[in-house]
Ligand binder design. Structure first.
Ligand code: TXA
Ligand code: MG
Length: 353
């Protein structure tokens, strides 16, 4: 008679295997509520070096350290826990918020790309937490006081972040095991708040808005250019980032309508990402154009964000010459999505629309 382990027991075995790989200095990709991460033992410089090599990321770009819900963040930081950090942790952890704080001297500089700060985040995804807990238990058996998993988004440097397990396999093939936690609920990377300088600053907008940060802090954080001038280096703050392979342009609705006509006259394969009624309208008028691919995007900012990278990856497989994305409102609710789209478009700024 064979005894089949229960689903829970199977999951536990999978977590223990993944934790053992991390313990041995290997990499494991895992889901978070934002995007999938490419994980390594945060205190093992040679494991960190593997992350940089696999991602083809310059070694001076710091990684985020992921912590279990019951971890003590003070282990990772230098000096006393700031009141501002405590307020944001209480309000938003576990969740899609990364804090930049002064790094404790005993934490290897490799994880921070040599900087004196460290990025900390406590993800809400249950599989991420299960992995962190299994990795911590293994550490405790070896006398390690705390453990964390350093993880950038599990994509090659500069590319679109993965929001499901297949995306990660598409990036790295079989080079790294992937824990499959389904599609990410948030879909874009965490909000990054820098608390390592004399003022709070949003270095990367995300699902948790600047207004929510302000409310929790009782102080309006700097944002945009005011936040990033002189900031610790964050690769997501590079002007060009998050780019698909197909040249991407942000266009007003009338520009898209015009481009559709021109493209169909030339037989050019064109991809369009547009919302709601406008997507429907151009789909109807473009039904006769075989060379045009129109993908509808959701109308609300959080639904749009959740679908964005999946849509960009899908559109990227169509062999189109250009990807036209409907320009979104400049309102604060669209800040995070506009940030990613404008960086994707910036990668093609030299090209002619
Ligand atoms: O949602 C997320 O944050 C995802 C998931 C996997 O947690 N991770 C992610 O990692 O987006 P990555 O490496 O693709 O982007 C992390 C950003 C980078 O822009 C990095 O430069 C910045 O965080 N960062 C990390 N540590 C930092 C530090 N000490 N100082 C300044 N920026 C830091
Ligand atoms: Mg990334």
């Amino acid at each position: 008679m064979t005894i089949k382990p229960s689903a829970d027991a199977q999951k536990e075995i999978e977590m223990q295997r993944a934790a053992a790989l991390l313990d041995a200095g290997q990499l494991v990709a895992f889901p978070t509520e934002t995007v999938y991460g490419l994980g390594a033992d945060a205190e093992n410089p040679s494991a960190i070096a593997r992350v940089y090599a696999l991602k083809e990321r310059p070694p001076n770009h710091p990684l985020i350290v992921h912590l279990a819900s019951n971890a003590d963040p003070a282990y990772w930081i230098d000096g006393a826990m700031l009141r501002a950090a405590r307020a944001l942790i209480d309000a938003f952890w576990p969740g899609p918020l990364t804090l930049i704080l002064p790094r404790a001297a005993h934490i290897p500089a490799a994880v921070s790309g040599g900087q004196r700060s460290i990025g900390l985040r406590c993800p809400a995804h249950p599989l991420a937490q299960a992995l962190l807990n299994a990795f911590n238990r293994l550490g405790q058996m070896k006398g390690a006081p705390q453990r964390g998993i350093a993880a950038p988004s599990a994509n090659r440097f500069g590319r679109v972040s993965p929001t499901n397990a297949q995306h990660v396999r598409d990036e790295f093939g079989g080079q790294v095991p992937v824990l499959d936690g389904g599609a990410c609920a948030v879909g874009i990377e965490s909000t990054i708040v820098d608390l390592s300088r004399s003022f709070p600053a949003v270095l990367r907008p995300g699902h948790i808005s600047a207004a929510q940060i302000a409310e929790a802090l009782g102080e309006v954080p700097r944002a945009g250019r005011d936040a990033t001038a002189g900031a610790p280096r964050a690769s997501g703050t590079l002007h060009a980032h998050y780019a698909p392979r197909t040249p991407l342009f942000l266009c007003a609705q009338d520009e898209i309508a015009h481009a559709l006509k021109e493209a169909s006259a030339r037989g050019e394969r064109l991809a369009v990402l547009a919302r709601g009624n406008f997507a429907e309208y151009i789909s109807q008028s473009a039904a006769q154009y075989a060379s045009v691919h129109i993908v509808g995007a959701p109308s609300s900012p959080s639904d749009y964000a959740r679908a964005l990278y999946r849509s960009l990856r899908q559109l990227d497989t169509l062999g189109c010459t250009r990807l036209l994305v409907e320009r979104l409102p400049e309102a604060p609710v669209w800040a995070a999505v506009n940030d990613r789209l404008s960086r994707a478009a910036a990668a093609f700024a030299g090209k002619h629309f």
